[in-house]
Ligand binder design. Structure first.
Ligand code: UDP
Ligand code: MG
Length: 318
């Protein structure tokens, strides 16, 4: 059993002045309780990451840091988006912490799930994913699009935890390995499963945003989903190839059909040649693009320079 770990809670904040005080209040209670119960070390902290906010968020974070023992903050030089802010926070927190939990600033994720996450950590899990057991509080549109997205990801062969966003616990060694994932198009919830080690899930009810409005408007959401797909799967390229083969196959049918029409004399002159050519060449072109795509896909994966293996235990070092 690991002894009282130092916990850092990383919270990205973009224009969250309306919620940060309430979040601080609730997290303060939680931290004090966890420390009193001897579950975490008293060196534990909440680390706010200011993602280039245009309101008073950073000012408030600095005030909170001055007043509160268990609160600290970092600020990005400009707005870089949720995923980059979160990564910045995780990589900073990893220097001081044994275990890190990431969550949103708006209290949508139930902070009481932290207890169970920490319990699983003490039982030896390196990653604990927070999973939404229901989305009753989300709008129909958000629910529908989000769940559709997870299904598409699964279809494309991406190893993604269903209904898990970025509420998760990660151990120090996971974060240290994670540093070797050098890609710039971040889709953290798809990247952590690639690290491996033992993982588990904790279920919680997703709540409504405490105050303020979503910082993920539809446009950002679509961008994010598209990044997720194209950063993790080269299958769309393979579909082009497949489509090419289908068209080439259809062209054989068209060929037979045209020849029959030609022989029975039901055509204007030149029609047979043209219709066969269009389909045949179309299919051939599609296959060629698909094959080029295959190579681009390979190059794409090579340029990411993801680590090729991660060792979890080495008996020589014991
Ligand atoms: N966020 C951020 N940078 C951005 C957009 C959002 O750091 O450019 C943070 C935001 O402050 C919040 C979290 O990301 O803590 C999730 O955003 P939000 O709650 O608005 O998304 P939703 O829950 O609606 O998907
Ligand atoms: Mg939210």
């Amino acid at each position: 059993m690991k002894n009282k770990p130092i916990l850092y809670v990383v919270v990205p904040c973009y224009n969250e002045e309306e919620v940060i005080e309430e979040t601080t209040k609730q997290l303060k209670n939680k931290m004090e309780k966890l420390i009193a119960d001897n579950k975490i070390s008293n060196k534990s902290k909440v680390m706010y990451v200011n993602d280039g906010s245009k309101d008073n968020t950073w000012k408030k974070i600095k005030e909170i840091h001055k007043k509160e023992k268990y609160f600290t903050g970092v600020s990005l030089s400009r707005n870089r988006g949720h995923q980059n802010a979160l990564l910045g926070g995780l990589m900073t927190a990893k220097k001081y912490a044994d275990v890190v939990i990431s969550m949103d600033a708006d209290l949508q994720d139930d902070i009481n799930a932290m207890d169970e996450m920490l319990k699983k950590y003490s039982e030896g899990k390196d990653i604990v994913y927070g999973v939404r057991s229901s989305r009753k509080k989300d709008t129909f549109f958000k629910r529908f699009t989000a769940q559709g997205f997870y299904k598409v990801m699964k279809f494309l062969g991406v190893d993604c935890v269903y209904n898990h966003a970025d509420y998760r616990l990660t151990s120090k060694r996971v974060l240290e390995e994670f540093e070797n994932f050098k890609e710039v198009n971040l889709f953290l919830r798809g990247m952590f499963p690639l690290v491996g080690f033992e993982s588990d899930v904790v279920y919680y009810e997703r709540k409504e945003r405490f105050a303020g409005e979503s910082k993920y408007p539809l446009k950002k959401m679509l961008n994010f989903a598209w990044d997720g797909i194209t950063s993790f799967s080269t299958k769309p390229l393979r579909f082009i190839c497949l489509l090419g083969f289908i068209i080439l196959f259809v062209s054989i049918g068209i060929m037979i059909y045209s020849l029959v029409r030609h022989l029975t004399g039901n055509t204007v002159s030149g029609w047979t040649f043209l219709s066969i050519s269009i389909w045949f060449i179309g299919g051939l072109q599609m296959i060629s693009i698909g094959i080029i795509g295959e190579y681009i896909g390979k190059m794409y994966n090579e340029t990411k320079q993801r680590p090729r293996f991660i060792i979890s235990e080495n008996l020589e070092e014991k």
